[in-house]
Design a protein around this ligand. Structure first.
Ligand SMILES: *Cc1c(COP(=O)(O)O)cnc(C)c1O
Length: 389
């Protein structure tokens, strides 16, 4: 079956890249092999020379058919011509960042980006002479003001995953392009179902596939999407040299997960909206940070860039006593206390935050609405709210 060009996302998730059926198997088998053999030495040498994949796969650190399928689908969904899957989201982000810097480079980074990425930039890269500036990011002029002659990379994450701030990607990508600066966006929150940053001009789109793309809390994985030339260079350099790959079995699980991505995202969105709007009306809550609420301060930008939200948001309790906030989180039954999000199960994290432009240090509660019934999640929160009195 040859697929035509304008199929919807749900159809692509089921069939894209799966034309060739192996032994008629309806789901592609796992290629659980580390290497591929050839009839002649000439063929092997030709394939080795033609990094990344040559006409044929030769070694699973470089490429593997099971991993390939997830890569093809995700590139198609993000609207890039290529993709590389990695062993975790941090591996994806790290190889992407390393591919954009050399000694003396400067990076502009949004201050609300994922914590370990900030550590990479502020604690690890300085030893190689790479400098950085953290910016709020919600103001394009502030991003521009941070650019220096030696800036090679602008790193974005929109929305951010604790207080859900957005950056105007179209505007930032345009300025970066004019100055020859590469842009990376961490698109873990939206997934390609709700936003495709490459279509707004972003060069490299990264994901933690541990979250929604994996969706079942049973794998860690990462995604780097970009044009062919960039991805080939990343495979030749950062992937081949650091070896941060995803193994075939995990890739097979990811392929399984992608079939329900669209369905799951819409359910998370529906439940997230129901829970967030219920919470917003409660006296114990100072404000809810959720992109799809009418009260969201960057509502116009949300409507311009994103076609949906999801199950992840946070709220600031009026009561800022850490013991009370933690007691609320401890009292929840369906929302389990744990990091990460994007799986079937609802999760809660309570922690103090103090990003640039926030009113000092404030305790927030981040909730992830899984695939349970919204009414049960609301009832769970309701029985725990007295701790925030
Ligand atoms: C979890 C996460 C990462 C890191 O992904 P891992 O798979 O845990 O390495 C990066 N960015 C965001 C926004 C995340 O939530």
């Amino acid at each position: 079956m040859e697929l035509n060009k304008d199929l919807g996302l749900s159809t692509l998730l089921q069939h894209f890249g799966e034309d060739e059926k192996i032994a008629g198997a309806v789901t592609p088998p796992i290629f659980q092999n580390s290497l591929f053999v050839f009839d002649t030495m000439d063929e092997l040498l030709e394939n080795m020379g033609k990094h990344p994949a040559g006409p044929r796969h030769h070694y699973s650190r470089i490429s593997n058919p099971t991993v390939d399928l997830a890569e093809k689908k995700l590139a198609k969904l993000e609207g890039t011509d290529a993709c590389k899957i990695t062993g975790s989201g941090m591996a994806a982000i790290s190889v992407a960042v390393f591919s954009c810097v050399k000694q003396g480079s400067h990076i502009v980074v949004v201050d609300t980006a994922y914590g370990p990425l900030k550590a990479l930039v502020s604690e690890y890269l300085p030893q190689f002479g790479v400098t950085h500036t953290f910016v709020n990011g919600s103001d394009v002029d502030e991003v521009v003001a941070a650019i220096r002659p030696e800036t090679t990379l602008i790193y974005l994450e929109s929305p951010s995953s604790l207080i859900f701030r957005l950056q105007d990607m179209e505007a930032i990508a345009k300025i970066a392009k004019e100055r020859g600066i590469t842009t990376i966006c961490d698109n873990t929150y939206c997934t390609p179902i709700f936003m495709q940053p490459h279509k707004m001009g972003i060069d490299i789109v990264c994901h933690s596939a541990t979250k929604y793309l994996g969706g079942h809390s049973d794998i860690t994985a990462g995604v780097v999407c970009a044009n062919q030339e960039r991805i080939e260079k990343i495979i030749r350099k950062e992937i081949a040299l650091f070896g941060s790959i995803l193994h075939p079995f995990q890739s097979w699980l990811l392929n399984r997960s992608l079939r329900t991505l669209d369905l799951r995202m819409k359910r998370h969105e529906e439940t997230g909206n129901a829970v967030a709007s219920w919470l917003e009306k409660r006296d114990e809550v100072a404000h809810v940070n959720h992109v799809s609420l009418e009260s969201f301060p960057q509502r116009e930008l949300y409507l311009k860039m994103m076609s949906g939200s999801g199950g992840l948001f946070s709220f600031e309790p009026r009561v800022q006593n850490p013991d009370k906030v933690k007691a609320f989180a401890d009292a929840l039954k369906l929302f389990q206390r744990g990091v990460s999000w994007g799986g079937f199960e609802s999760l809660v994290v309570a922690l103090p935050v103090s990003p640039i432009g926030y009113n000092g240090t404030r305790w927030i509660v981040r909730l992830f609405c899984g695939l349970e019934d919204a009414k049960d999640l609301i009832a769970d929160i309701e029985q725990a709210l007295p701790h925030l009195a």
